[in-house]
Ligand binder design. Structure first.
Ligand SMILES: [Zn+2]
Length: 407
């Protein structure tokens, strides 16, 4: 068993939304935080003798949570490879999922919220591990396959209700029939964001009453509702129907942002997807300028969302074109800073709100009683943006209380 420790942080960003605090000492016992005090003076006489870790030249942040990934797909930009991944056999897909989980952990991410795959391979992988008593390398919450309307966008990641069934009826029969129960529902409520027509909006896939019926079923089953929605109408309907989160939300506009704030709907803006598109398209593609303009528009929405008090969670959409598992989170973090979020604000989106979405009460912030899992970045908060690549995950749980990891 590890000795009790005293960790001296040069700067502490605790993830609650509070600004950085200088020279803070964190007590760790059996993998948990047992006190946090100023290092002036150093509280060495607190409780028992402790091994001191001097990180006084670094900034400490809560470990990250990527609130939108597709673990079954890689971020490859090779279209043939992408096609092949969709048709893969299970062993290959499982190998890929484990590789992606390793990549997340390598870059400081300790939990991910999956957006679905049509084979439900992530759900089956997770449940099979649990049946063997193994915790995956990174905590995973997954919807299995997503739900989209017949003939509309979403086939890559989901399925649609059979003819004659409402969305809620289809979900309920799936819940009753399938041995694999999802952690949340994923609903596709609009088309993809267009790269050929700037700011083009698509019609909603489901009506307000269909979504309301679905949300009330989800509440009965105890499942949050993760909703892919772009454009004013699809987003407003989903937020108004009581969905838990809006994913992407490109071109939702200020009125919809205000509804999100009012109804406490979480927004996961996946800003980096547009940057990844712009960088992975052939250099003569006319879509590059549309992706760049869309990126700028999304950065403005992100700034407005902060002003309106929207609860924002950071998510990458890793597994989509050019968005690589793990390291794309650094890019998303930088884009949050670029949009006008301070490091402590970006940090709340990168950790606390994600933990709330996943119901992980022991993660998300650095506070007494929480798990002792931190990110260490060299230098003061002012240089965090430039030092993100040097992020190191410091997980004191690994040898504590039978916590096992695989991958
Ligand atoms: Zn997605």
């Amino acid at each position: 068993m590890n000795p009790p420790r005293l960790l001296m942080a040069g700067w502490l960003i605790d993830g609650t939304g509070r600004k950085a605090q200088q020279r803070m000492c964190i007590g760790i016992r059996n993998g948990w935080i047992d006190f946090i005090r100023s290092c002036d003076p150093i509280p060495i006489h607190e409780g028992e003798p402790r091994e001191i870790l001097d990180w006084s030249a670094a900034t400490l942040l809560p470990a990250w949570i990527d609130s939108h990934v597709h673990l079954a797909m890689s971020g490859t930009t090779n279209l043939d490879e992408r096609q092949a991944q969709l048709a893969d056999e299970d062993p290959k897909r499982i190998h890929r999922i484990e590789r992606h989980l390793k990549a997340h952990r390598r870059w400081g991410i300790v939990a991910v919220r999956d957006g679905g795959d049509r084979h439900q391979s992530v759900l089956r992988y997770c449940r099979d591990l649990t049946a063997q008593g193994i915790h995956p390398l990174v905590h995973v919450a997954t919807p299995g396959a997503a739900w989209h309307a017949q003939g509309r966008y979403g086939q890559l990641i989901g399925r649609s209700p059979a003819a004659g069934k409402t969305l809620a009826q289809a979900i309920e029969s799936d819940w009753n029939d399938s041995p694999y129960k999802p952690d949340h529902l994923k609903i596709v409520q609009s088309g993809l964001n267009s790269l050929t027509r700037f700011a083009h909006q698509t019609a909603p896939q489901f009506s307000r009453s269909e979504l309301r019926e679905t949300v009330s079923l989800a509440r009965r089953l105890g499942l949050p509702v993760m909703t892919h929605a772009n454009g004013e109408v699809p987003v407003s309907i989903a937020a108004d129907a009581g969905c838990t989160s809006i994913e992407h939300g490109f071109f939702m506009g200020r009125e919809a942002l205000k509804v999100l704030a009012e109804r406490e709907v979480v927004w996961v803006p996946t800003v980096g997807t547009m940057k990844a598109y712009a960088e992975s398209l052939p250099s003569d593609s006319p879509q590059i300028s549309i992706a760049q303009k869309t990126l700028d528009h999304q950065l403005n929405q992100l700034y407005d969302a902060k002003r309106f008090g929207v609860r924002i969670a950071m998510g990458t959409d890793s597994g989509s074109m050019g968005v690589h598992h793990g390291r794309s989170f650094l890019e998303e973090f930088r884009l949050f800073l670029e949009s006008g979020h301070a490091v402590h604000e970006a940090s709340a989106a990168a950790s606390r709100i994600g933990a709330e979405l996943l119901g992980l009460g022991h993660l998300g912030t650095i506070e007494v009683g929480k798990a002792a899992v931190f990110l260490r970045i060299p230098g003061p908060p002012e240089t965090v943006a430039a030092q993100l690549d040097h992020v190191a995950l410091e997980d004191f749980r690994e040898s504590a209380n039978g916590y096992t990891l695989r991958g």
